[in-house]
Write a protein that binds this ligand. Structure first.
Ligand code: SF4
Length: 661
């Protein structure tokens, strides 16, 4: 085998790696044979499914998996484990359900076992006799990948080692390369356009490709000797970019579907999804970079595949692998697809279950098109329900648009992942108090989650920290993971913190954020069965059924004027527009004003941002029965008596931070 591409922990079990799935056919185009190996599945067999479920609880920036593998990657590094575990258990006091002392002991024991796992994995990889071993590293895969490549180097120094992925972009990749000499090549940025040339050169020249044969955006042994090349953009280091996305082939997931999942010990708990990439970058971010968003690194420019290619590739993946769950990894849907890709899947006999990320300013017809096309799950980038906060983020939407989208998603039975992020520089707690004053009115819509802002590399908060009054430092956990100097740690880290930001320090104690957090926590258990606000036409009369906890009555009788007002406010309009709309029906202004006041008082219409938005659903469509998250599901938690079922958490055993998109 020329190349083995390895997916190390922590990576989702319930879907193959799209990064490696795309590199394999790119290598094939260059005449290079590659095999993708899923060591992330092997690891779950090693630690046990019960422990794996627990590892999903901490946030990515808590670095638990990186810490677990740090002993294998850096055997001479002896950080203060107690200090690391103190930070972990403050946030997760009963991580393993057996009390903190037992949890700490278990983690230390598992950490001590990781060198054995890495050694076993390295030997298993080397059985394929590769000449190159490469790992993809995103979020918490970095230290496990470094550990594997180090062991590969020790066992067979003739094998060239290669690392890429989001954790290797620009200065992070340079730092990894400069700090860990057992990694021969590090690819910064998008690798698909250069992997063929790079691996061809490595196969010819081994672990020391001459500098002039190296593609740009690759850090190589020659640079350790002669210095790293600098560029005039970003943080000074190059990144690979594929300008024409139509040159990127459909991913090859053969190893995952035809080999690994079949023999996986816990295969009965896996409902695999099919990741697919139709576009890269973000057309909104290219215009107005959301202040907190670190996605895309230096590759914000939006690029998308032609619609006919998207259709053919998705159909081909479904034909080959038999799963109808398509999880696009795009940051934001190309709006052209509403009139090209989506109608194809709406008309197709074979119904798919698709996930897309989108901007929240959708029209009602676009939400309906999602539903008819099988897009049952979306992530619309809702990060607040207060327009001032959204302005701080430069999200380009207002709170009324976010509420309206949640309503239409509930109307058509489309799941929408959303969240309220708190802790933005310049935010005011009274905004959260204002949010909390009306949030109970929408508890018949899908609940979201509440989280604290994190500062990511490449976000405007990072690149222009001084403008925002921020003095960012790498999250404290990194110092317990990497044996690096403070400067190198700052260059390696992706997640940052601002310990002195007063507003963030005491989020749970602030009355406004506390109120929002409490509301959102209480929301989920009652939805969707117990909370309704919808028109009922029972043959004789029409009324609004209201089972929200804030309901003033369970049945609100509505007459023709009420229905007219509710309809006029479906998409949210201002008072003047409403006045124009009802005047056409010849209604007396006083009468309209009285009806509107009553609807506002009953919470059937919400006044927000100077607009009037009806919150009432009209014969809402049910969610598709038994529908599962297209990104794949890891069902172990639902079946375990020891772990409470949690649909949202289970829906995505993922590992991705909620922030972004
Ligand atoms: S948060 Fe979403 S919309 Fe904003 S720049 Fe990032 S990817 Fe684009």
């Amino acid at each position: 085998m020329d190349v083995c591409l390895v997916n190390m922990p922590l990576a989702s079990l319930s879907r193959p790696s799209i990064a490696l799935g795309v590199l394999k056919p790119m290598l094939a185009r260059a005449g290079i044979a590659a095999r993708v190996l899923y060591a992330n599945l092997w690891w779950v067999e090693y630690v046990g499914a019960r422990h794996y479920a627990t590892f999903l609880a901490p946030r990515t920036e808590e670095c638990l998996i990186d810490w677990l593998f740090a002993g294998a990657a850096f055997p001479d590094f002896a950080p203060d484990h107690d200090a690391f575990l103190d930070m972990l258990f403050i946030n997760h006091p009963d991580l393993f359900g057996e009390g903190e002392p037992a949890g700490r002991a278990l983690l230390l024991e598992l950490r001590a076992q990781m060198p054995d796992f890495v050694d076993w994995t390295a030997r298993r990889v080397l059985e394929h006799e590769p000449r190159i071993v490469g790992c993809t590293s995103t979020f918490q895969q970095h230290v496990a990948s470094l550990a594997l490549l180090r062991r590969i180097r020790e066992l067979d120094p003739s094998v060239a080692t290669l690392l890429g992925g989001a954790n290797c972009e620009t200065v992070m990749g340079r730092t990894t390369h400069a700090s860990f000499p057992w990694v021969d090549y590090v690819v910064s940025g998008e690798a698909d356009g250069l992997i063929g040339d790079l691996c061809a050169a490595i196969l010819r020249h081994g672990s020391d490709v001459p500098r002039d044969l190296l593609p740009p955006a690759v850090f190589a042994p020659a640079h350790r000797r002669d210095g790293y090349p600098r560029v005039d953009s970003g943080d000074g280091y190059a990144r690979g970019t594929t300008a024409d996305l139509s040159t990127v082939p459909a991913p090859d997931y053969d190893e995952y579907f035809f080999d690994e999942v079949h023999r996986f010990l816990y295969r009965d708990f896996v409902r695999p999804g099919l990741p697919y990439e139709a576009s890269r970058g973000c057309w909104w971010g290219a215009k107005s970079h959301c202040t907190f968003c670190g996605l895309n690194g230096g590759g914000m420019a939006f690029r998308s595949k032609p619609a006919e290619q998207v259709i053919a590739e998705i159909d081909g993946l479904v034909d080959r692998y038999g799963s109808r769950r398509i999880s696009t990894v795009d940051n934001i849907i190309d709006v052209k697809y509403f009139d090209s890709v989506l109608p194809h899947f709406a008309a197709a006999e074979r119904k798919l279950n698709i996930f897309f990320e989108t901007k929240a300013n959708l029209k009602k017809s676009q939400v309906e098109r999602f539903k008819r096309s099988g897009v049952n799950w979306i992530q619309p980038g809702i990060e607040s329900m207060h327009s001032e906060c959204l302005r701080l983020m430069r999200k380009g939407v207002a709170a009324w648009q976010n509420v309206r989208l949640l309503k239409w998603c509930r109307q058509y039975g489309v799941f929408a992942f959303w969240n309220v992020i708190a802790g933005f520089p310049g935010e005011r707690d009274e905004w959260y108090a204002e949010m909390a004053s009306w949030l109970p009115l929408i508890e018949h819509f899908q609940p979201g989650t509440f989280s604290q802002l994190r500062f990511d590399r490449y976000s405007p908060y990072f690149t222009r920290a001084a403008d925002y009054g921020l003095a960012l430092r790498p999250c404290r956990q990194y110092a317990h993971v990497y044996p690096l100097s403070p400067q190198d740690l700052a260059d390696q880290a992706y997640f940052f913190t601002e310990p002195e930001l007063a507003l963030v320090k005491h989020l749970p104690e602030r009355p406004g954020t506390r109120a929002v957090l409490d509301l959102m926590t209480r929301w989920k258990p009652h939805w969707p069965q117990l909370r309704k606000l919808e028109l009922v036409h029972d043959g004789e009369a029409t009324f609004v059924l209201d089972t929200r906890s804030c309901a003033k009555r369970e049945r609100h009788p509505v007459d023709a004027t009420d229905l007219l007002l509710l309809d006029a406010c479906d998409a949210a309009i201002g008072d003047a527009e409403l006045s124009d709309a009802v005047q056409a029906h010849g209604l007396a202004a006083d009468d309209v004003a009285a009806h509107l006041a009553a609807l506002l008082d009953a919470g059937l219409i919400l006044r927000l941002d100077g607009r009037l938005l009806s919150l009432v659903l009209d014969r809402p469509e049910a969610y598709a029965p038994g529908i599962e998250f297209p990104g794949g599901s890891w069902l172990y938690r639902n079946r375990s008596a020891e772990h409470a079922a949690d649909r949202d958490a289970n829906a995505d055993d993922a590992l991705d931070p909620v922030q972004g998109a």
